[in-house]
Design a protein around this ligand. Structure first.
Ligand code: MG
Ligand code: ZN
Length: 613
């Protein structure tokens, strides 16, 4: 088997494909000539196979679907051979500028095989540049002559084989790929899963073809996302399509749309059901997963083999995230709603739609002796954390946002974005000014364990890289440090910690990025749940500001941690986001409500102030 595979690689430069490495070479443009522009659409997508149905008509080779549709102006030479010759010349003897990309011109002989193939050979001989090209193949299909006479044709002619034919070794060398009708094995329409009996038949023929060292193609397959995923999982090498643009877009996005986790974390069941506790909480931990919708959570759950600490929380609500000026919120308006209880415009930080400052949760509770910590796994001047201490009409005013921190009375600040504090246009060094105010300041996250003060600022950009680039347990550690600090100081507290980069993964349309960030966020959730269980006076609220990416999950495996998804946008979407609440007061967060209600409910619990709506 190995030897024949290698021989195949050597002969044709196409290797048998594993499910992980489908690319445009795997695409078979069925009936290419009916594309909006024959040849060029498929060629521009760098597909591996371009198919043309060819009729011998008045001693010329015409491209058409049926005899009736033959148009003497639609000739193989004009539509395919001439443009190919031009590109091959341009690309120094290769079909594509990327010399590793192969192209097969698949000619389906629609009229009597021997005479049509003879005419084809005669025609091709006028294009020596095409015939001598590397990574380029001419393969005939349809009414191919009997294998016993293949040796009479020039070696540049390859043949489309059939699985039931027993070829001699010599004949097999001329077989480029083996094709068969999907309908012979299955009536599957592409929805859901293939019935097991049909799946077994398909597997058998796929294995039979692979045992000959050849790639397999089915014709008449269902032709949309779920069907493509299924065929790829069954290791069908060449995927036929009538929708070259859709399949090529799908294949192009494949690397970013699949994730196989190799790291998993354990999940504890919650120790107590606090949801019915009538007691008001003394402390609040608010964990915000930026861009974390239900599908992001489920991607993390799948990647972690079907478990998340978040999903062990019994009390669930939904938050409607729309902003004052947009159906779809950004993080600025979303966090302002949660921090101030007011809807505002996108881009506004802690201000109403008329640019008047709104009181944040830390400002509302500071007179009651509360300590506050704000933590982000991104820049601390970014919109989400900023809306808990700053008042600016524009989220990008990061130096003004940093300056607002000076008057905020927030005790602990941990994240990235040090430049807005220490390398400012106004030449002030806010770290020096914070030291005078009694804060311990540090530009190195590694110093966190040595900090003894209960007021400190640690901003370290190198510590807030993505999880994939080695952020480690930054979020959990920062949360634990804040919990320990406030416990030691015996102060009631409010902590907001943000999983900032779930959103970045959504903007990047990377399922790996999203899933890894959700798994990291879940580990911070687990730490918070442990504290809630131990402390008994703390309410944990977990939510998001909005969903990012319009993620749908198209495949996954709960026992292996594989997950595949499709993003419909690289921006935020409008869908409401979940709210999980754990600890005394959790029941208040059941139901469906505006994101502004989160602030009102939190203040109701901490200050006794009744929510106004
Ligand atoms: Mg954010
Ligand atoms: Zn975003």
């Amino acid at each position: 088997m190995m030897r024949s595979l290698l021989a195949f690689v050597f002969c044709f430069g196409i290797h048998l494909i594993t499910a992980q490495d489908y690319h445009s070479s795997s695409i078979f443009a069925h009936n290419d000539y009916v594309q909006p522009v024959p040849f060029y659409v498929s060629y521009s997508r760098q597909v591996g196979f371009i198919e043309a149905d060819v009729f011998l008509y008045q001693s010329q080779l015409a491209v058409a679907h049926t005899k009736e549709e033959i148009n003497p102006n639609q000739l193989l030479a004009e539509l395919y051979l001439k443009p190919l010759a031009n590109y091959i010349t341009e690309n120094h003897g290769y079909p594509y500028a990327d010399h590793s990309q192969s192209l097969t011109l698949m000619i389906d002989l629609k009229t009597e095989g021997v005479s049509t193939l003879n005419a084809l050979v005669k025609e091709l001989n006028q294009y020596p540049v095409v015939l001598s090209a590397q990574q380029f193949y001419i393969t005939v299909s349809g009414d191919v002559p009997d294998p016993s006479v293949w040796k009479n044709y020039p070696t540049y002619i390859h043949f489309d084989g059939r699985p039931h034919i027993n070829y001699t070794d010599e004949q097999l060398k001329r077989v480029h790929l083996i094709s068969t009708s999907f309908q012979l094995y299955s009536r599957w329409n592409g929805k859901g899963v293939i019935p097991q009996a049909e799946r077994d038949k398909l597997h058998a023929v796929i294995q039979q073809v692979h045992a000959k060292g050849k790639p397999i193609r089915f014709w008449a397959t269902p032709d949309f996302t779920n069907a493509w995923i299924t065929l790829m999982k069954m290791k069908v090498d060449v995927i036929g399509t009538d929708d070259v643009l859709a399949l090529s877009a799908f294949v192009q996005k494949l690397p970013a749309s699949r994730f196989q986790s190799d790291q998993y974390h354990e999940v504890d069941q919650p120790k107590k059901d606090h949801s019915l506790s009538r007691k008001n909480p003394k402390n609040i931990i608010l964990l915000i997963g930026d861009g974390m919708g239900l599908t992001q959570l489920y991607a993390g759950y799948t990647a972690n083999k079907g478990r998340l600490s978040i999903f062990t929380i019994p009390t669930i609500g939904f938050s409607i995230t729309t902003s004052a000026d947009s159906y779809i919120t950004d993080s600025a308006a979303g966090a302002t709603a949660m921090s101030t209880g007011s809807k505002t415009n996108n881009r506004y930080i802690g201000m109403d739609t008329s640019s008047r400052p709104l009181a944040t949760i830390p400002e509302k509770i500071r007179d009651k002796g509360y300590a506050t910590a704000l933590i982000s796994a991104g820049d601390i001047t970014d919109a989400t954390p900023a809306a808990f201490y700053a008042h600016q009409p524009e989220r990008s005013f990061s130096e003004a946002i940093a300056n607002d921190f000076m008057a905020s009375n927030v005790d602990i600040l941990i994240g990235g974005g040090i430049k807005s504090f220490t390398q400012r246009a106004d030449k002030r060094n806010l770290f020096q000014e914070l030291t005078k105010k009694g804060y311990t300041v540090s530009g190195s996250f590694s110093s966190i364990d040595t900090v003894r003060s209960s007021k400190f600022v640690i901003l370290d950009d190198a510590a807030v890289v993505s999880k994939m680039k080695g952020r480690g347990d930054f979020l959990s550690r920062s949360l634990n440090k804040s919990l320990n600090t406030f416990t030691r100081a015996r102060k009631p507290f409010f902590i907001m910690a943000e999983g900032a980069q779930i959103d970045y993964g959504g903007h990047d349309n990377s399922i790996a990025y999203v899933a890894r960030e959700v798994m990291d966020f879940d580990q911070a959730v687990a730490e918070a749940m442990k504290f809630v269980d131990h402390d008994g006076e703390t309410l944990l609220i977990i939510t998001a500001d909005h969903e990012t990416g319009g993620l749908t999950l198209t495949d996954g495996n709960l026992s292996t941690g594989f997950v595949q998804g499709n993003f419909s946008t690289n921006d935020h979407t409008a869908v409401m986001v979940p709210v999980f609440s754990y600890g005394p007061g959790a029941d208040l967060f059941k139901g469906v409500y505006q994101n502004t209600a989160l602030q009102q409910k939190i203040l109701q619990l901490l200050t006794g102030a009744k929510a106004s709506r």
